[in-house]
Design a protein around this ligand. Sequence first.
Ligand code: GLY
Length: 355
Amino acid sequence: MMRRLGMELGENSYSIFIERGCLSGIGRYISENHRSCRRVAIITDDNVGGLYGRWLEEDISNQGIGKAVISVRPGEASKSLETLKEVYGKLSDMKLTREDLILTFGGGVVGDLGGFAAATYLRGIPYIQVPTTLLAQVDSSIGGKVAVDLPWGKNLVGSFYQPKAVFIDRELLKTLDRRHLHDGLAEVIKYGFIKDKALLQELEGCRDDDDLLRKIDSVIFRCCSIKKELVEKDEKDLGCRMLLNFGHTFGHAVEKYFGYEKYTHGEAVSIGMAHITRASEKMGITENGTAAYLEKLLGKFGLPIQPPEMDRAALEETMLLDKKSSGGSISLVLLRRAGDAFIEKIDQTEIGRFI
Ligand code: GLY
């Protein structure tokens, strides 16, 4: 069954296609919707490119469109200015123009890096997101946040640059290892806790990962629908879109503290959501039992819920460098109860109370 969501953002509107097998419709989509496109730069990573790259390349070539593949090393280390420079070099070598197209084909790292290259090369090249991990399918590929990391923190150089379309094909999840499937589930659980209690009940009812995968299209659709609603209301992340950052302020700091190696993004967000909810429940902000429910669901999918030993001062410093911090205050996302979140602006000096 084909599900389509329209992201309505005026002249930056686009479709999100959620359909099993839709990967093989991309070439035709490009030739029908981007008639002046002569070349496509496929930005991918060595794992995804090796598994599915040829298939996508053929699909594009079959339409008589030229293509080149730019493959980066898998992992967060590639979301760097150094890798970005290599990408710019390859885009220049292939003489890509603003009539052409970039296609990001991979997880969050590839989508963020490739999307930022698209936003900035020649002051903007149209691009299509084809996310291949659950995390990218439910979150990072939609909404136009693109970025690279700096040594000082995650996503510190970036832009809001909306794709022209997003293709979500659950067939690509078949080769995703369990750890990375669960990584994406942390974001799914996040959506449930901020806005959709019924989604949590659906996850509770899943017998195992295979059962979950059978229902994954509807789970992805629900997550993307929530994100669509928030992005349409607040594209530039100044208000309600910040709800999507539940668990992320602490999570980003944990990721960075361990050099992006010990925890995946979803695992760090899982620790962040559990940690802040335990704190807010103790303060009487969050309904009793919410933290235990959150921990139960995260634990069911093998996600970590306790922070490891960390130096508190270093952690606080990283949290304050986060983009959610501004003018002496920081916006934290807290739960009233499961399915109901709000944004609390606190003074930076108060952050210690929540960690
Ligand atoms: N990943 C959070 C957002 O797109 O706003």
